[in-house]
Design a protein around this ligand. Structure first.
Ligand SMILES: [Mn+2]
Length: 331
């Protein structure tokens, strides 16, 4: 009975001010889980003032969220005056940088609600830990508190929970069976999934649109051992441009650009390309390419970046050469 334990701590403290704290550059999952919890607490403890605090700012999509939802966030919360502190969607208070020290010093009880692997140090300072690493989003955990208390979320709360889950699961790509059960319930309660997802899809910068289209128009398309490789160049947004080329059908894309006298490249590939060729873009391509350009390169298996000296044409040529060698070697 986690919600009972939570309200038990508030009652024992006779708390009149409770702070719901979100992590650094708070995302939709953190803010939405705080908002829904705030609503649930209001039903049981109407006299307790709760505030959502984001002392280390919010991320870009969250700004859009706050424009569309009746959610109030305090960017400069008074942590010292909080009688109970609830930490949401963060496994360590170190995520709050210098604010972590203020939390550590505060004599008020702390409660954590999270879906990441817990840090022992943070668990030690918390009186109550509501943690499930298997949950795909923190909003899923807060939804369970509604179920536990037999409370129906109102439409805004349901929408917030839906958005938080959609955000953390990358529009359900990372969702598991329990996530889909929660989502099904929220849709049953009146959330229009298509409309809500469209409303909160990140707006694309007009210059990013143009950069992507230019990269497609300029792309050189080659076949290496049956793999479709796209090479292109734009002066900005190389990473989204490379991703766009892969989304359009290339197995691997490299997009170069020049900025402040430096040449920069973004590399992307499909998972299939990585698995079947064994080419790790960060290790096999970006790192040696960075050395070749007297700069630096690195990254992940399917997404990598390079920055160095030189011109676009020879940089892309070298990139292709490295790719051909690596694909042939692993074939
Ligand atoms: Mn989360």
């Amino acid at each position: 009975m986690s919600f009972k334990e939570l309200t038990g701590i508030l009652e024992q403290r006779q708390a009149s001010f409770v702070l719901l704290l979100c992590h650094r550059s708070a995302d939709a999952d953190a803010i939405c889980s705080a908002y829904a919890l705030q609503g649930l607490l209001k039903r049981f403890l109407p006299n307790v003032v709760t505030e959502i605090g984001c002392p280390q700012g919010i991320n870009k999509p969250s700004k859009q969220l706050l424009d569309h939802m009746p959610i109030n966030v305090n960017l400069k919360p008074n942590i010292e005056s909080a009688e109970v502190i609830v930490l949401l969607d963060m496994n360590t208070i170190e995520q709050l940088d210098e604010v972590a020290e203020i939390i550590k010093k505060s004599p008020s009880p702390k409660i954590i609600i999270d879906h990441h692997a817990p840090s022992p140090e943070t668990m030690q300072i918390c009186k109550l830990c509501i943690i499930d690493e298997k949950a795909a989003a923190n909003c899923e955990l807060v939804y369970r508190l509604f179920v536990e208390t037999d409370v129906q979320p109102n439409l805004n709360e349901a929408k917030a929970l839906f958005i938080g889950i959609a955000f953390d699961t990358r529009h359900f790509a990372l969702a598991n069976s329990s996530t889909f059960q929660v989502i099904a319930k929220l849709v049953e309660e009146g959330i229009d999934a298509q409309e809500t997802l469209a409303q909160f899809a990140a707006p694309i910068d007009p210059s990013e649109r143009v950069a992507k289209l230019k990269a497609c128009k300029r792309a050189k398309i080659l076949k290496v051992e049956g793999w479709i490789i796209a090479l292109s160049h734009v002066s900005a947004y190389q990473a989204p441009a490379a991703k766009a080329l892969v989304d359009l059908g290339a197995h691997m894309a490299a997009v170069a650009g020049k900025k402040n006298g430096k040449v920069e490249l973004s590399l992307r590939s499909t998972r299939q390309f990585n698995e079947q060729t064994g080419v790790h873009l960060g290790v096999d391509i970006a790192t040696p390419l960075g050395e070749f350009l007297a700069g630096v390169g690195g990254g992940h298996a399917m997404a990598a970046g390079v920055s160095g000296k030189g011109e676009i044409e020879p940089a892309l040529k070298k990139c292709l050469e490295l790719l051909k060698q690596k694909i042939a070697k692993n074939a």
